[in-house]
Design a protein around this ligand. Structure first.
Ligand SMILES: [Zn+2]
Length: 359
């Protein structure tokens, strides 16, 4: 509603209508973690999850674990990602704000016009058509931007994952730390295929950036300071009465299933969502990025040089070794070993000397 009014004031409605993008309003609103979700009462009733799904009790997610069966590359291929970045230095990328992806934020476009598929959104973003009123404490750049749009056929990538988008909560942690996926919901688009593709893309991103499942969140998760309601009903069809509930847990279960199917990943590497974990996450990201990015004053020069600490050790691959087993043995992660050795998949040749980073 806020958006609609704002857009009318700015005369954008007609323009958006012409583009078939009138419904594309989701990303304008935003959210940070809700105090409502972390109060003592919620904690008691929602011990297993930030969003209180009882299905999370017991062994985790209440569904049978699948055996690892595909490489990250084959999962990525299934997502069918087309890269069509917004031109660098223009429109929503006029200013580059760097980001280390720590969360995945799921939106839906609320754009029901026919033909408003992923490519159509990409064109609008790339032509600078998705404007938003820039204001102090609100939208920082005068444009809406996000990382991926998914539909029944493909995912189009609009921004590199190390750049912040403008889709969730203005200068809050949602924009500062999360990779955003918008799901299309135009007429004729298969919702189930779109959800499936989004779950696969989320799983791949979790693997790629070591993001735990509890940090795959709905737009609702982020608090939009100064807007009512502060927590947006987005993605609306994965929320129950505007709040994360059974539908959201159903989606997370899908994401987790795909994550577990990655052959170099491991279900054990996924921390289960707990109320304590949620509070930690909130504490870790409660500050806007500006504060986090601001460097402290340089430390005074230390006279005595400390003994250099080894930064890695090495392991020569033997028959039967897997990245997962090595990660467990050396108390590191699969991703860390992959990065240290520039491995893109799970294959490791016998006799290869791997650098094992020390955590
Ligand atoms: Zn949204």
């Amino acid at each position: 509603m806020w958006i609609t009014i704002a857009l009318m004031q700015w005369g954008f409605v007609i323009r958006l209508k012409r583009l078939g993008l009138l419904g594309l309003l989701c990303a304008l609103s935003a959210c940070s973690s809700s105090p409502r979700l972390i109060d003592a009462k919620s904690d008691r009733s929602a011990a297993a999850s930030p969003y209180g799904a009882t299905a999370l009790a017991g062994n985790g997610y209440g569904f049978a674990p699948s055996s690892p069966s595909k490489s990250p590359t084959s999962l990525y291929r299934e997502v069918n990602v087309k890269k069509a970045y917004i031109p660098k230095g223009r429109h929503g990328r006029k200013v580059r704000r760097s980001m280390r992806p720590s969360y995945i934020t799921i939106h839906s476009t609320q754009n029901f016009s026919s033909g408003a598929d992923a490519m159509r959104h990409s064109k609008a973003l790339n032509n600078g058509k998705l404007r938003a009123p820039k204001r102090r404490g609100g939208n920082r750049i005068g444009y809406l931007t996000w990382h991926y749009t998914t539909d029944e056929y493909m995912a189009v990538q609009h921004l590199p994952t190390n750049e912040q988008g403008e889709h969730a909560d203005f200068d809050g942690p949602g924009n500062n730390y999360s990779v955003a996926i918008e799901m299309c919901e135009h007429r004729g688009n298969s919702r189930s295929a779109t959800i499936e593709r989004t779950a696969k893309l989320s799983a791949w991103l979790m693997h790629r950036y070591n993001i735990p499942l509890r940090k795959v969140v709905p737009h609702y998760h982020w608090r939009r300071k100064g807007l009512t309601p502060e927590h947006k009903n987005c993605p609306h069809y994965l929320l129950d009465n505007g709040h994360p509930g059974a539908k959201w847990q159903w989606f997370l279960a899908k994401v987790n299933k795909h994550y577990k199917s990655i052959s170099v990943g491991s279900p054990n590497l996924i921390p289960l969502p707990t109320a304590a974990g949620y509070r930690t996450a909130v504490a870790a990201t409660g500050r806007p990025a500006a504060a986090a990015v601001r460097r402290p004053a340089p430390a005074p020069v230390v006279k005595r040089k400390p003994a250099p600490r080894p930064s890695a050790r090495y392991h020569t691959v033997k028959k039967g070794d897997t990245l997962y087993a090595l990660a467990r043995r050396y108390k590191t992660s699969v991703g860390a070993i992959q990065r240290a050795n520039r491995l893109s998949g799970s294959m490791i040749g016998i006799g290869k000397r791997l650098r094992i980073p020390l955590s």
